[in-house]
Design a protein around this ligand. Structure first.
Ligand code: HEC
Length: 100
């Protein structure tokens, strides 16, 4: 088992990095399932107007992550932190385009 520490050394940073960035594909499914209905009923269309309106509230990646966490708590979706990161990654890739 002498290779185990080496394996962890190689694998852990890679998975930690993937988690920090998030998976936009998974995020999109999560948003479609839990978030769009309400945004669409309030902002019309597919609801994406909430992210692109001129007076939007989110101005950087940190605020976006915080807002996703807040909405997650408000809507009791029960997402794990990884899923919040996936959603943040999707919204950023699709609408906000903040630099990492
Ligand atoms: C019950 C209705 C409702 C649900 C469900 C909802 N939202 Fe929202 N969301 C809103 C409203 C209303 C605003 C605008 C708040 C404002 O302008 O003060 C908003 C704003 C936002 C914003 C900020 C947009 C900006 O101004 O830049 C983000 C990001 C967001 N929601 C993400 C989510 C996510 C992710 C989910 C799914 C977990 C979700 N929302 C579910 C009603 C909802």
């Amino acid at each position: 088992m002498r290779w185990l520490p080496l394996l962890l050394f190689v694998l852990l940073p890679a998975s930690a990095m993937a988690a920090a960035v998030g998976n936009p594909k998974i995020g999109q499914q999560l948003v479609e399932k839990s978030c769009i209905q309400c945004h669409a009923s309030m902002f019309g269309g597919d609801g994406s107007g909430v992210y692109t309106r001129p007076n939007r509230m989110v101005h950087n990646l940190k605020q976006l992550a915080a807002r996703v966490a807040l909405c997650n708590a408000n809507t009791s979706t029960g997402w794990f932190p990884e899923e919040e990161r996936d959603v943040t990654a999707f919204l950023n890739q699709q609408y906000y385009h903040f630099k990492q």
